[in-house]
Design a protein around this ligand. Sequence first.
Ligand code: ADP
Ligand code: ASP
Ligand code: MG
Length: 421
Amino acid sequence: MARIVMKFGGTSMAGMERIRNVAARVKHVVSQGNEVAVVVSAMAGDTDRLVGFCKEASPLYDPAEYDVVVASGEQVTSGLLAMTLKAMGVDARSWLGWQLPIRTVEAHAKARVSDIDTIDLLASMRAGKVAVIPGFQGMMADGRVSTLGRGGSDTSAVAVAAAIKADRCDIYTDVDGVYTTDPRIVARARKLDLVTYEEMLELASVGAKVLQTRSVGLAMKEGVVVQVLSSFDDPAQTDLPGTLIVSEEELEAKLKEDKMERQLITGIAHDKNEAKIIVTRVPDKPGAVASIFGPLADAAINVDMIIQNDSKEKEETDVTFTVPRADLARSVDLLEAHKDTIGFRRIITDVEVAKISVVGVGMRSHAGVAATMFKTLADRGINIEAISTSEIKVSVLIDEDETELAVRVLHTAYGLDAPAA
Ligand code: ADP
Ligand code: ASP
Ligand code: MG
């Protein structure tokens, strides 16, 4: 017997027929003698609809009230799944975020899980009841509902798996694993049997939304065994053909066993959720940049790519950077409020940008990855608006309309295309 967390995403929970499929899959795993906790997302599209209502209510909505609204999608699906399981003869109950509770800290709308009470949960699971937990939601210290940021049900699942010391955390989604890039963009993307925590963390953080970034960080820290699987494959299949997230050592051992070389690049991701801000004609003096980013940091807004174009003659500089699109209105508002301290001329914004990133541990020991990227994009006439790098990643900001083309040509340039069928 194993203790397993099964997480089902929005597409898998979209409508009663799919919920019945999920229940059948859970029943199958329970019938093999396992103790199961299920973490569910809202039905696909529901969270977007709820976010839309919040924006309509007020462009600068209160994040605590936003959480009250958007957490409701998962409440619906958890109740429906528990009901469906019971109707199939599987004992189950739902546990809302505030009932367990799943305690969270930091900011509303992007809260972090701090701890989970598991005494009642485990007692109920031991008594043979499947626990159905709505993903994405938690509770702040003051008792208010919180949510974990978009895609946060993955993190709920990993946090629950760590808290109940589950043997496995299986993430069921609408693709059958982690690919070299989004298989919906590149038909010749290849499925990865294994990917390391570190590379998955980097891929997720630059837009591979198959797993929420925090879920990977948490799994790495807590040693949770995570597997990404399709919820549409046959549940009776025992050798599940998904992607397993492994440590660096486990990957090296497997490569050695199979006498395979490590690929230079593991994957390519794109992110259309950033917006570019240019703050023009800022005085070129110590403290100027700090006066821009200080207020944004205080408001928990994550600034990503940054470029400063200084013009020595005028002793002024333009500062360009990206923020999450969802935080654009708030960022501009904050900068305007600090206009006197910063001393800029104008704020220019652009939401029609996309960030394209190539990720691979192999680039630690190989030069030329960035050069290949720049040349490949230049050959297609794609202009680069900003660049950022880390030890295992190179990212560029381009025009949003060129996203698909850029991902496709880079996938080919780094030799990632699957052989033609
Ligand atoms: P869920 O609702 O199950 O959480 P998501 O939509 O959040 O599903 O994530 C699954 C989607 O992630 C896939 O449908 C796919 O389009 C996208 N995706 C992006 N990058 C990758 C990748 N490298 N491998 C697999 N899927 C990816
Ligand atoms: N329903 C939430 C979202 O769409 C959380 C999730 O699905 O992971 O972001
Ligand atoms: Mg998701």
